[in-house]
Ligand binder design. Structure first.
Ligand SMILES: [Zn+2]
Length: 98
């Protein structure tokens, strides 16, 4: 249960895959996805045997889950925002009515 909660924040993802994040510091691109980009230090680490390919695979898998969670969170935030404005607009209308 405790472990599941880790995946709800990107900080948790980074802490769990600290070894990959450390290698990623040396990737040529800051937004490197470690999926065959040129100059990828993570893939170089796998080629050198410093990191297992399975580990990168789990990393990508969790990253996708994280993105899904983020999107779901964003959608909910947008909905809440919409509701909030609806209430504000209604309050404004009511005020000017009288
Ligand atoms: Zn990379």
């Amino acid at each position: 249960m405790r472990e599941l909660q880790l995946w709800t924040t990107s900080e948790g993802l980074e802490a769990t895959f600290a070894d990959i994040e450390a290698l990623a510091e040396d990737c040529r691109f800051r937004d490197c996805q470690h999926q065959g980009e040129p100059g990828c230090a993570v893939e170089a680490g796998i080629a050198a045997g410093d990191l297992s390919g399975d580990r990168l695979h789990s990393y990508h898998k969790l990253q996708r889950e994280q993105q899904w969670l983020d999107q779901r969170h964003d959608a909910r935030a947008a909905l809440n925002n919409k509701r909030r404005w609806k209430t504000i607009h209604k309050a404004m209308r009511d005020r000017y009515k009288g």
